[in-house]
Design a binder for this molecule. Structure first.
Ligand code: OKP
Ligand code: ZN
Length: 348
């Protein structure tokens, strides 16, 4: 484990993704859950706890394109301007979605007003003019954090926003544009096997999908039972990977209301599987939406759980890249993040 301070990679570009509303189950929600104040709260608390802040460096698109379809990247870069030019309003939300039995073999809409539903799977991920810049900057944050770990830092925390783990190779949604944990994990495979340990309360369907058949990257997730929680369609215990990646996916769905002791026991099982996989690097998709106070989570962790989680991660004894995913009870985010790093860094 790293003694003491943990470098924190930050980039203010995330402020440019700040949609005024989203649609949740037929209701307009404003302000949105996934907003800049989340990352401000975490960054301020980590700085106050003495963790040094480092800027992200700029990366070319090669590591991004090792995960994502170039046409998705082009849509996220250019689609909002095209939508606006075609008469769309400032907030871009799809109204006609792709379905496996509708154009599954692929006829992408040529109308810029129809194209969002080809790439996005929900109504809760509005795009505004600055969204691409924010999402792309989060990829730079993740890769910068990964590079520091590759160069020998025992642990680095990348403050990524928006989150990423619901985005797949050729789709986005669930507040996520690019899957920065997947991009970092694939880049890190140059140095050996990688585990993505996903502690967000929501199942990381995108990360699971990216590495479903990949024997080099293990995906292990603890999350609220998807029978009762977004993303609803994935994250059940019988999903284990396929082909050469069979057995390198492990899902531990947890009952609604799961408390600290039951969560830490599930984490112990998860970390046994990580140890058995013997990764050179661990990427933690750190959602802080597992608290009892979270407005869109289903678990009931107390403030005490997070130092225990950090200590369990430290006990793995492997180079660790921590990347921010969700967490929406803004008052809980700073203390939770500080507690994880206190456990992980051995300081605090
Ligand atoms: C993103 B991450 C609330 C619906 C919200 C999207 C949730 C995305 C969570 N009733 N739908 O995993 O924290
Ligand atoms: Zn989440």
């Amino acid at each position: 484990a790293a003694p003491g301070p943990v470098p924190v990679v930050v980039d203010d570009t995330h402020h440019r993704h700040d949609p005024p509303f989203e649609l949740n189950a037929g209701r307009a929600v404003s302000p949105v859950w996934e907003r800049p104040a989340r990352l401000e709260a975490i960054g301020d608390a980590l700085a106050a706890a003495g963790h040094p802040r480092l800027p992200a460096s700029a990366w070319d698109d090669a590591p991004l394109l090792a995960v994502h379809d170039p046409d998705l990247v082009a849509f996220l870069r250019d689609g909002h301007a095209a939508w606006r030019a075609a008469g769309g309003p400032p907030v871009m939300i799809a109204d006609t979605f792709r379905h496996p039995r509708m154009g599954g073999g692929g006829r992408r809409p040529t109308s810029p007003l129809a194209e969002p539903g080809w790439w996005c799977f929900d109504t809760a991920t509005p795009l505004v003019e600055g969204s691409f810049a924010a999402g792309r900057a989060a990829v730079d944050v993740a890769l910068s954090a990964a590079a520091l770990v590759a160069e020998g830092a025992p642990a680095v925390y990348g403050l990524t926003r928006p989150p990423g783990h619901h985005a797949g190779a050729d789709y986005f949604g669930g507040f996520c544009l690019f899957n920065h944990a997947a991009v970092a994990a694939r880049w890190l495979t140059a140095a050996g096997r990688v585990t993505v340990l996903d502690l967000d309360v929501h199942h990381g369907n995108g990360t699971q999908d990216v590495f479903w058949e990949d024997p080099q990257v293990q995906y292990v997730s603890l999350h609220g039972d998807p029978a009762e929680l977004f993303p609803y369609l994935t994250g059940f215990a019988d999903e284990r990977g396929a082909g050469r990646g069979r057995g390198t996916t492990l899902n531990l769905p947890l009952p609604t209301g799961t408390d600290d002791d039951a969560y830490l026991e599930a984490l112990r099982l998860a970390l046994e599987a990580v140890d058995a996989f013997d990764p050179a690097t661990v990427v933690v998709s750190l959602g802080l939406d597992t608290t009892a106070e979270d407005p869109i989570g289903s678990l009931s962790l107390s403030a005490d759980a997070f130092a225990r989680i950090g200590a369990a991660l430290a006990a793995l004894g492997r180079p660790t890249v921590v990347l921010q995913e969700g967490g929406y009870a803004i008052d809980r985010l700073g203390p939770s993040a500080v507690a994880v790093l206190a456990g992980l860094g051995g300081g605090g």
